[in-house]
Design a protein around this ligand. Structure first.
Ligand SMILES: NC(=O)c1ccc[n+]([C@@H]2O[C@H](COP(=O)([O-])OP(=O)(O)OC[C@H]3O[C@@H](n4cnc5c(N)ncnc54)[C@H](O)[C@@H]3O)[C@@H](O)[C@H]2O)c1
Length: 383
């Protein structure tokens, strides 16, 4: 088994999710490659003991990402830091010749994203991908298989989104994710958008234009020090796009709903594809359940309810009757990253992580969405 030695820059919520997935790598079968975490970097030293206590493989702990990048023992780096640091740190990782898994939105804005893609072009031997885990749920993998087999007929409509309610409570203190200088002007679009767009983009459903309505619902929050702070990031966004299906060249409407204030939703990814031959719908509120409607002209319209099981893209020790969850999707995503790094190609089209080019498309969409909101108009996407 080949080992890829990893550094983690940004050891918070997502850094720990990666470390935890790496710690139970024995869960995966048939993979010829595994990660080993050898170096960690964070400004917050309070995070170090959890890593030190759980990973004997760590030989470097630093608060300076440049020291991590200078370490010849590090082959690849996962960067999970606030969005204002993406450009500086991602370009430095790529320039250091280390493979990179970066977090979305892959640059705080389009200019930052362009700089990261330019660094990729200058270093074509570095493998670079962006994190997004929801397509790795088994039900979504089944949806992807239907896309792959062109089962939908003419696409009537696609509705996709990510809804949660972590900001419904106005008394929740502000953090960097709600501050424009760290999170960016995109707000919720940059935070949640890639999750909803990964499968559409991989399917080749490129938006031609967008009409966006963005909402700033909670305008100030407790600052955690007894006062209040302005909260100027967009909380919710609804995007109506005209997309093109590369299979038949026909346009269709695609809605992308991204909400941090979605009453009743805990952390819901959803996808609905309506087609003249087949339609599907799935939401992570009931992650097992995949609904499929297969239509033959003149026949009945009946939604089948399929209980998907633990049947992910990358085989594991868990039997198919069991439940699959968020942490499993994270591990599958990491299996996809390492498999593609090792073999040069994804296991299949929809078992691959988001490419830098797909992040660039998301930035074109989000930038157009901001303009659409400003002008209250439909904005074409630049090529
Ligand atoms: N894929 C997902 O499901 C998902 C979920 C949440 C967040 N994210 C993304 O992950 C990234 C990080 O989010 P998070 O939730 O882990 O945030 P977090 O605040 O929990 O962690 C970020 C960490 O970066 C550290 N940091 C800040 N400046 C640093 C510097 N100069 N050098 C080293 N470390 C530094 C902070 O101390 C903190 O520990 C963001 O891009 C976010 O959009 C992805």
């Amino acid at each position: 088994m080949k080992t890829i030695r990893f550094g983690i820059i940004g050891c918070g919520l997502m850094g720990r999710e990666f470390a935890s997935a790496a710690a139970r790598w024995a869960h995966l079968l048939d993979l010829k490659v595994r990660p080993s975490i050898v170096s960690i970097c964070d400004k917050n030293t309070a995070l170090y003991p959890w890593y030190r206590g759980n990973f004997a493989s760590i030989t470097q702990v630093t608060d300076d990402y440049k020291a991590l990048l200078a370490n010849p023992e590090v082959d690849a780096v996962y960067v999970a830091v606030p969005h204002n640091l993406h450009r500086e740190i991602y370009t430095a990782v790529i320039a250091a010749g280390k493979h990179l898994m970066g977090e979305k939105p892959f640059g705080i804005d389009q200019e930052a994203n362009r700089a990261i893609l330019a660094a990729c072009r200058r270093n074509p031997n570095v493998f670079v991908r962006c994190s997004s885990e929801s397509p790795f749920f088994p039900a979504m993998q089944k949806v992807c298989a239907l896309i792959e087999s062109q089962s939908f007929g003419r696409i009537v409509e696609v509705n996709t989104g990510f809804l949660h309610s972590s900001d419904l409570d106005p008394n929740k203190p502000i953090n960097w994710k709600r501050m424009i200088e760290f999170n960016g002007e995109y707000g919720v679009l940059g935070d949640l958008g890639m999750h909803a767009l990964h499968v559409p983009f991989r399917s080749g459903w490129k938006p031609r234009n967008v009409r966006a309505i963005l909402s700033d619902i909670v305008k100030e929050r407790p600052d955690g020090k007894g006062g209040t702070a302005p909260c100027r990031t967009w909380d919710n966004g609804t995007l109506l796009c005209e997309a093109l299906d590369p299979v038949d060249g026909e346009p269709f409407p695609m809605t992308v709903k991204l909400q941090r204030i979605a009453p009743g939703q805990r952390n819901t990814w959803y996808t609905e594809i309506l087609g003249t031959r087949t339609s599907v719908r799935w939401a992570s509120t009931n992650p097992r359940l995949l609904e499929v409607l297969r239509y033959t002209p003149g026949g009945d319209q009946a939604w089948e309810q399929i209980q998907t099981g633990y049947e992910p893209a990358f085989k594991t020790i868990t039997g198919p009757i069991f439940e699959f969850g968020f942490t499993d999707s994270i591990q599958q995503m990491w299996a996809a990253f390492l498999h593609e790094l090792d073999t040069g190609k994804p296991l299949h089209r929809f078992a691959g992580c988001v490419t830098p080019e797909e992040t660039a498309l998301s930035h074109r969409l989000f930038t157009a969405a901001l303009e659409s909101q400003r002008l209250a108009a439909t904005i074409p996407l630049e090529e």
